[in-house]
Design a protein around this ligand. Sequence first.
Ligand SMILES: C[S@@+](CC[C@H](N)C(=O)[O-])C[C@H]1O[C@@H](n2cnc3c(N)ncnc32)[C@H](O)[C@@H]1O
Ligand code: SF4
Length: 430
Amino acid sequence: MSPALPDGAPWPADGALDPRLVEKDAGRPLSLYVHVPFCRVRCGYCDFNTYTAQFGAGADLDTYAGSVLAEAALAARVLDDAGIGPRPASTVFFGGGTPTMLAPDELARALDGLRERIGIAPGAEVTLEANPDTVSAHGLAGLADAGFTRVSFGMQSAVPRVLAALDRTHAPERVPEAVAWAREAGLDVSVDLIYGCPGETLDDWRASLLAATRMRPDHISAYALVVEEGTRMGAQVARGELPAPDPDDEATKYEEADAVLSAAGYRWYEISNFALVGPDEAGALDRGGLAPTALARASRHNLAYWRDWDWWGLGPGAHSHIGALRWWNVKHPAAYASRLARELSPAHSGEALDAPTRDLERVMLAVRTGEGVALADTPAGSGGAPGRERVAGLVADGLINAARARAGRAVLTLRGRLLADHVTRELMGY
Ligand SMILES: C[S@@+](CC[C@H](N)C(=O)[O-])C[C@H]1O[C@@H](n2cnc3c(N)ncnc32)[C@H](O)[C@@H]1O
Ligand code: SF4
């Protein structure tokens, strides 16, 4: 495969994909990501591409679905022309920003439009991210009727002081209420938690974990707070007004998450992601007969990312990944809408990855999952005596599971999950 494009090259105005680089015969499923770049309030820690007001001419809450559907029509055309369409999506994820800033009718219109233009496979997982204070029982029921199957709530914490430090606008008691509405509507439920916020104690974090498990969501994500440059929190940390996250505190809190969530019946299937397991699944897992990523309540959309499958990201700043190709859209909602109104692709630039970069990406992503990576697919696992020594070193250091390594896979231990990047470097022979 010869890279046809240098890093970050301008993308064709019609969005065309080089058919030689789409890896037509790989048979990978297609996922769709829809970015909704609007929020009521900008949280101090967040650097997602999102806007609170003044979205700009041609890009507002009422016209946004129309722009996304114009990109969907372009996507269908481009996939057909590259010889890989029509291909109905096996997962769809509306993320943000705050997708629930759009009225339920607009979200339903967007989903219907994706179904018409690109196709959605029967039984597809269709997720919507939501802030607990931007949903209602009626709205969630409407979304389930429209074909959404799963909602992911930004809970973040159950402790008012921590929620305030994170600039969150919802009261903690709003989350169980929103979860109950989602359940009544027949939706699967996930909640996001953040740990390591300045001022959060271990007791605070344990209280948040327990509050999350008491609601029995199907799925819980637990993210370490990342202090991003260019955010309000990043500036406060740089000025010394807030302490930077402490890696030891974060490691302790991750171990606490694993302990509390495991005791409540959840199992990790990716470093930051835990799924509720049924008794049959637990038994099969314990006997080693079930890959953790096969858990019924795992997020199939996120698994598609970690498996390095294909996805098309619609919306301002969204990234797409088909075969060896990656591209990303213009960032501002007004620029995005304007390009589509002129029948131009919203892609800003992109790149074609070479084979070694793709191999590194695959290992880096797979190593984070509960099924791990086949040693034979890594330079260390297929690299003769020096490679065998590295693998033995990872086992001796307690970073990968010994029995699974003997069976030919690198699967992180609890300690290894805290040092995943180091494990990747060892497996890649860096
Ligand atoms: C786009 S947001 C989710 C939807 C919604 N806007 C919300 O905040 O509830 C996705 C998730 O990313 C996580 N997140 C965002 N910024 C983060 C950061 N700086 N560090 C760690 N997690 C972050 C939060 O847990 C958040 O729920
Ligand atoms: S964390 Fe969520 S609600 Fe807060 S600014 Fe980011 S996308 Fe918006």
